[in-house]
Design a binder for this molecule. Structure first.
Ligand code: UD1
Length: 354
């Protein structure tokens, strides 16, 4: 039996882990031991995903919670190292680019345990983003990498990463296909835009956040805005009265299927999330990304996604740009979990017998 410690902790990782967990439960020779770092801990940022995606409950929940980056990552490392030494896994598996990813990656590297990185090779080329640092470092110490597209393979080569890398398509597409089934009968009579804004560069300076809200408040359709707790905390701390924004409906963070339902029926998405840019693409919805760059460059082709950053007053016109031709296979075919898990199994068995 091969034992793999999977590290999850933030909302996007629950989504990426769900299809892997599902496939792993059908394998007789792999045991996943899941550590939830507790980076996201609110009910609607964490529990809701385990319940609705029917994932195995984590074996351990660390309850690290919110801290500055150094402390958060450090506390996670202390605990992950302790558990890894007890559990003696054959590998550690991490997803994406959060502080939970980096903590797991560094522990694996220090303990000389093979590290597997799912969603490797993505770059925004903006080192001010904590995620960019997390991705680069994680890829550098990985033993086995899985990438969602060709660009990512090329990028790993450019960075001199010689560990085996496999292009399997995007793991989030697996779950998205499940969502399409679940929400197939959902429709809406109202016209609205959907928004998610949580990146520090859009929220931490209150003037910037207010400018974004001001633009959303003057759009043609109302804006449904499931707000991340960090965004709500910032507004509260800065005494911003959200009732001033009559065109914006502030909602609690949504479950995965609820969010995909909102996306399906919206007139367009306004976001700074990574995952939502792809989900909008798969849903064939116009997306406007409030960032100066994106690691999901394929979504920019044929205007499916438009970047708006310095000049926020162009948000309105950007939302009205009609997308062109759609490429359904740019992030694979939605069957990434099987090939990923079978490749991991072969890799680890080969290592054992080498
Ligand atoms: C993290 C990831 C980001 C990802 C995002 C998705 C890093 C560096 N960033 O950002 O890549 O896109 O998750 O959601 O790992 N908070 C709560 N309750 C929670 C979680 C957070 O109130 O359950 C609040 C806290 O005030 C906290 C703040 O949100 O300080 C930020 O949370 P944190 O996990 O540090 O980063 P995210 O912004 O969520």
């Amino acid at each position: 039996m091969l034992k793999i410690i999977a590290i999850i902790g933030a909302r996007p990782q629950f989504i990426k882990h769900a299809p892997i967990d599902l496939y792993a439960t059908s394998m007789s020779d792999i045991q996943l031991f899941t550590i939830h770092t507790g980076q996201h801990y609110d009910k609607n940022m964490s529990d809701v995903f385990f319940n609705q995606l029917k994932m195995s409950k984590p074996d351990i929940i660390l309850e690290i919670g919110s801290h500055n980056h150094g402390k958060q990552t450090g506390l996670m490392m202390i605990e992950i190292e302790r558990i890894t030494e007890t559990e003696c896994p054959d590998a550690i598996l991490v997803y994406g680019d959060t502080n939970s990813t980096l903590a797991g990656a560094l522990v694996a590297a220090k303990l000389h345990i093979p590290l597997i990185h799912i969603e490797a090779g993505l770059r925004s080329f903006n080192k001010d983003m904590p995620e960019e640092i997390n991705r680069i470092l994680t890829d550098q110490v990985s033993s086995l990498l899985f990438v969602p597209n060709k660009n990512a393979i090329e990028q790993l080569k450019k960075e001199g990463i010689i560990a085996p890398a496999y292009e399997t398509g995007d793991i989030m597409f697996d779950l998205f296909k499940r969502a399409l089934e679940v929400i197939k009968d959902q429709s809406s009579e109202e016209d609205y835009y959907l928004a998610t804004i949580h990146r520090p560069y859009n929220t931490d300076k209150i003037e910037r956040l207010k400018e974004i809200l001001h633009e959303m408040n003057h759009l043609k359709y109302k804006v449904k805005f499931p707000a991340h707790p960090r965004t709500m905390n910032l507004l509260k701390n800065q005494h911003v009265d959200i009732n001033e924004y009559q065109n914006i409906m502030f909602l609690a963070p949504q479950g995965y299927f609820e969010m995909m339902g909102l996306l399906k029926n919206c007139r367009g998405l306004i976001t700074d999330s990574g995952g939502m840019q792809k989900e909008a693409y798969w849903m064939k919805k116009k997306c406007v990304t409030l960032r100066s760059e994106t690691e999901w460059v394929e979504t920019l082709e044929n205007n499916w996604n438009t970047l708006v950053f310095d000049n926020l007053s162009t948000l309105k016109t950007a939302l009205e740009i009609e997308p062109g031709e759609y490429n359904p296979t740019v992030y694979g075919d939605g069957n990434a979990a099987g090939p990923i898990m079978e490749t991991i199994k072969d890799f680890l068995l080969n290592k054992k017998t080498a």
